[in-house]
Design a binder for this molecule. Sequence first.
Ligand code: UTP
Ligand code: MG
Length: 577
Amino acid sequence: MKRYVKYVKPYWKSFVLCPVLMLTEVLGEVLLPAFMADIINIGAVRHDIPYIMGMGIVMLVTALVMMAGGIGGAYFAARAAIGFAGDLRSDVFQKVQSFSFRNIDAFSTGSLVTRLTNDITQVQNVILIGLKLLLRAPGMLMGAVIMAFIMNPSLALILLIVIPALALAIGMVIKVAFPRFEIMQKKIDALNSRIQEALTNVRIIKSFVRGSFEEEKFAASNEDLKQSGLRAFRVVILNMPIMMLAMNVTTLAVVWTGGRQVLAGTMPIGDLTAFTTYIVQVLMSLMILAMVLLQSSRAVASLRRITEVLDTEVDLTDAYSARKDAVITKGTVEFRNVSFSYYKDNAEKVLSDISFKIEAGETVGIIGSTGCGKTSLVQLIPRLYDTDSGGVYIDGINVKDYSLRHLRDSVGMVLQKNVLFSGSIAENLRWGDESADQDTMEAAASAAQAAGFISSFPEGYETNLSQGGVNVSGGQKQRLCIARALLKRPKILILDDSTSAVDTATEAEIRKSFSGSLRETTKIIIAQRITSVMEADHIIVMEEGRISGMGSHEEMLAQCATYREIYESQMEKEAIA
Ligand code: UTP
Ligand code: MG
């Protein structure tokens, strides 16, 4: 709870002013019935018209003051709630940005989206309502109880039975509802994940004509949410009938006993109307308190989920080592007995006992069947994940000892699942280097063999890419991603299957330009086609998370049976084609 104080601080005036202003409403609510009683008892009974007029004006002024207080209160409540939620949201977002891949995997993106939107809105709503009623509801309750006792103590005794009974009923409703709200919030998570997956992959879904399948999955999640929502609200709606029943029974009891007192002449008639109003106010304020408590119980569930995000320990951060200022100058890469798995407690390793060394400026090809761990291996170099044991060294220094920023700036990586963002081509390329001028950008584009098709677009580098870069072809997209990585002028360049959609002739051009312009850069190239890596200084063949051979093309052909098999099968195919 303490951590949330800082979100109150900037808006503390609103947090204080709102409840205070709302007290004017309490004052009015308590006074108005008393004025009304006087009008009846004095004005009406004695036919004193000027008295009635005078009291009427007093009541009008009271009502105006109430209104002003109410408006002011609502204004400050909105300021406080919206300000609080806005600041909190931006902090949670920042925290999520600092998450490692592992952290994000643990939450799922859909759940993070729910927490950032729905959960924070839930909290905002409670602040909005809660601030307004913080003093008002208890104030109205107390005021009405006191007035009732002053007016007619014997009749007010009824309240001593009604209030505890109602409080008990409300307490029970909340106790049952709370866990149901928690479940409901989880279902919203699931639904959001579903929606997110379906929308991001709408093209694939359509191309596989899986629309109806997705609709069914969505319908199931939606139904699930509906049921859990109904389960929660079924309890909540009980609140209202319980209240109404209590209200009616109490009013009846008051009118019954009070009526007899009026007939006996022990109670003025005007007091009876005022008294019934106070009774209604007492019960109303109880009802309002119950609603606020219910809302709060929902918000507490949400707040807990937000706290979970804020409390998450980011498992991949800058290590506090003595070599923080270490810089990568050459680009040698060495793996020493590296083991790795995606889940901490997973006994089955994705990579086991990997050791090899690449000198600066060398080109290394990595080849192996799908799922053998190629992507996992290279991800360890820019620390997208950390090793379980063993270490990755660049220029002889463990990657954990570099600042993350410097490390990732020095390692250019074209991911297997690459993404372009909405915006112009130039904007996308400048992700690699914000300050790159047009010439540098064109040089990088031409090294990646992208300059040709970019200039064939009518708007050239200003061509707008829609979200995900869907208006360029697969091969064009890959080349743009390579250009983007090249603009970083990295010491180490990693291409993870990044030319799979590029034709062999263009690919050969890219290789040629690399050996010219990237002589100093260490290049690690993952490929399916042997022709893509044949000319590399070393070729690493991977099998089930282990290295089964490393050497030049000729050496590998002579030594490594797996390599020979892959080579021969690919050559055969080529011959047939
Ligand atoms: P990789 O993603 O490293 O394989 O996954 P790869 O060699 O690059 O495969 P292709 O050629 O791109 O298809 C290695 C293993 O790690 C597991 C998978 O089970 C896979 O067999 N894995 C991968 C995970 O558990 N989680 C992930 O996020 C990715
Ligand atoms: Mg891969």
